[in-house]
Design a protein around this ligand. Structure first.
Ligand SMILES: Nc1ncnc2c1ncn2[C@@H]1O[C@H](COP(=O)(O)OP(=O)(O)OP(=O)(O)O)[C@@H](O)[C@H]1O
Ligand SMILES: [Mg+2]
Length: 365
């Protein structure tokens, strides 16, 4: 049975992975040098997929941690050490771990054969972190460099207020590890890496990941709709126009349209049908999102949905009936923090094209 060629929601690799050739090259170049890398983008643009792809193409050892799932420095260090255990033979590690200033508890999970590791809460965090992070540096060499990917890095401050300082003081001495930091809260990430008094100021090269180029998406979609309809190219263009090439939503809409066409190839306007189905299914969710917005946020987001004016202009104020640019600005900031609005190429836009369409529809009723 033919399976749906589109995928959304989790990390994508072949055959779902589209292009990103320039970005793959750029990331590979940095991690093959002596530098570190920060990748920033709004949510679900493909940061994790991109970096996983680079790791897959490389034979180097890599530790990958998502900071969202660490609750404390002890927890982070334990997860880190667990990954090291997966990469190196235990015999190599034993002697070195014996010298740790804070000893971990180790036990073998009889079900999956994994090493379970923990550090006692309230341990001496500085030395503990240092010993674990330095271990990977010691196990690596200039010809066998390792890679460390810290995903959702903006979470660092939640884990511990002093973690950025502690981490930076350790990482700056490493010569055989390349660090890659990923994050989706752009302002927090920029604060960490671009604010002069931040410990990570100018620690790494910064890369802003953009959407996937529209022509690459159109080619991928039309190829995968080919068997169904001779209108595949037109439909592909319409999909990408609706989603504006947002990686996640483009995959999602294509997925829905593929399913519709599989059931009935004579559907005249599969895109209208797919959007209508999605909005019917999520009407209640969108209504709840809408209800919880403040009044000026509603005005700003409606302004973004319905007219093409730049939000920080007098024309926008007039169109939305808001009295000051500063009010628009603070609303935009909140809408961005909460993921409703994103900024690409300096332009503000609504993240979810379906929500945008929902707003337009409701307002025209
Ligand atoms: N190169 C790509 N080709 C095709 N689809 C992609 C690509 N990159 C991302 N996507 C789409 O976007 C979705 C999200 O990708 P991914 O999880 O890698 O993004 P992310 O930026 O790490 O997201 P988050 O901010 O939520 O961690 C994927 O499930 C897929 O639908
Ligand atoms: Mg991710």
């Amino acid at each position: 049975m033919q399976t749906n060629p589109f995928k959304f929601g989790s990390v994508v690799d072949a055959p779902f992975f589209i292009n990103r050739k320039d970005e793959l090259k750029a990331v590979t170049e940095v991690i093959n040098s002596n530098n570190h890398l920060v990748i920033i983008s709004p949510r679900r643009f493909g940061k994790t997929s991109l970096v996983y792809k680079v790791l897959k193409n490389s034979s180097r050892k890599a530790v990958v941690l998502n900071l969202q799932f660490s609750n404390s420095i002890e927890d982070f260090a334990a997860q880190y050490l667990k990954q090291i255990y997966r990469l190196f033979p235990v015999t190599h590690l034993k002697q070195k771990i014996k010298n740790f200033r804070v000893l971990p508890s180790l036990s073998l999970n009889p079900v999956n054969g994994d090493m379970e590791i923990s550090f006692k809460p309230g341990s001496n965090q500085g030395p503990l972190l240092e010993d674990v992070l330095n271990l990977l540096e010691e196990l690596s060499s200039s010809t066998k460099r390792s890679i460390v990917v810290l995903d959702e890095f903006q979470e660092i401050k939640r884990i511990d207020k002093s973690m950025d300082r502690k981490l930076r003081s350790i990482l700056q001495n490493h010569k055989c590890v390349n660090y890659v930091f990923l994050g989706s809260q752009e302002s927090m990430m920029r604060n960490i890496f671009e604010r002069k008094n931040s410990p990570f100021y100018h620690f790494s090269q910064l890369m802003q990941l953009e959407k996937i180029k529209k022509e690459h998406f159109v080619a991928f979609i039309s190829k995968n709709l080919q068997g169904f309809t001779s209108e595949n190219k037109r439909i592909a263009k319409e999909i990408v126009a609706f989603t504006d090439g947002h990686p996640y939503y483009t995959q999602q809409l294509s997925f829905m349209i593929w399913n519709l066409l599989k059931q009935d190839q004579s559907i005249e306007k599969p895109i209208d049908e797919a959007i209508a189905v999605h909005l019917r299914m999520h009407d209640y969710d969108y209504e709840r999102l809408w209800i919880n917005l403040k009044n000026t946020e509603k005005k700003v987001i409606s302004g973004l949905a319905t007219n093409k004016k730049e939000p920080l202009t007098a024309a926008f104020l007039e169109a939305t009936n808001i009295n000051a640019t500063s009010t628009v600005f603070s609303s935009l900031k909140r809408l961005m923090t909460n993921g409703f609005v994103i900024q690409t190429n300096g332009k503000y836009e609504i993240d979810d094209p379906f929500f945008k369409y929902w707003i337009i529809e409701k307002r025209s009723n």
